[in-house]
Design a protein around this ligand. Structure first.
Ligand code: PGA
Length: 252
């Protein structure tokens, strides 16, 4: 069985001035133990990525984007491409976050294209999947997550998951303060891994599956000890260095 290195990634969303972000980056860098077993990354808004690159270069903290264009370059006003993120030293990029899906109309096919565009330039996509409250209430969680995964699997194959991370983010838990119970989360994580394993067991065992949705210092420990939870994608709690570092330590 392959040992999976935990990953804790901060999704800053549309938050932070230059000054606040500089302080946050300094705080994270300072508090990070060099002996940390978990991998740590931050995903600031695009415009703050050069600042993150400047602050974090040579540190143990990686950085990434929250989104990318499916195209490499050209007449796409307002968009940022994978090669641009690579140019600024990004390692990761979040793809298919539920806010992109619901507020910006990204469907499974678009998400699959972005996933491919990320890998084409050597970025590691953090592919977000997850059900809404309504879908959970009518027992559609597994069906929804399976559909979201299968579109990517169909287009890029199981082999692509060697260079990808999955984040299970129940939409009803994002930014609501309502966290999935460790049991609820573990059940879906196990389901995701089994879906991957049906295509390739070795890849499934090595793919990191993060939990996201109101994870914070106080609940990270019990979530992260679940066998199929390999880290977290952290929104609100990633905006405070101490809180974020507490989660990173829990992942260690
Ligand atoms: P939250 O956000 O931690 O604020 O719930 C998680 C996410 O949207 O990635």
């Amino acid at each position: 069985m392959t040992k999976r290195r935990p990953l804790v990634a901060g999704n800053w969303k549309m938050n932070g001035s230059r000054t606040e972000s500089a302080a946050l980056l300094d705080g994270i860098k300072k508090g990070m133990s060099s002996a940390s077993k978990a991998e740590v990354a931050v995903c600031p808004p695009y415009i703050l990525i050069p600042l993150a690159a400047e602050k974090l270069v040579g540190s143990a903290v990686a950085w990434g984007g929250q989104n990318l264009s499916a195209h490499e370059s050209g007449a796409y006003t307002g968009e940022i491409s994978g090669p641009m993120l690579r140019d600024y030293g990004c390692t990761y990029v979040i793809v298919g976050h539920s806010e992109r899906r619901t507020l910006y109309g990204e469907n499974d096919a678009m998400v699959a294209e972005k996933y491919g565009a990320a890998q084409a330039v050597g970025l590691i996509p953090i592919l977000c999947v997850g059900e809404t409250l309504q879908e959970r209430e009518v027992n559609r969680t597994e069906a929804v997550v399976a559909r979201q995964l299968d579109v990517v699997l169909g287009k890029h194959g199981i082999g692509s998951f060697r260079n990808a991370v999955v984040a299970y983010e129940p939409v009803w838990a994002i930014g609501t303060g309502k966290t999935a119970t460790p049991r609820q989360a573990q059940d879906v994580h196990r389901f995701i891994r089994s879906r991957l394993a049906a295509r390739d067991k070795t890849v499934a065992e090595s793919t990191r599956i993060l939990y996201g949705g109101s994870m914070k210092g106080g609940n990270a420990g019990e979530l992260l000890t679940q066998p199929d939870i390999d880290g977290g994608l952290i929104g609100g709690a990633s905006l405070q260095a101490e809180e974020f570092l507490t989660i990173c330590r829990a992942a260690d």
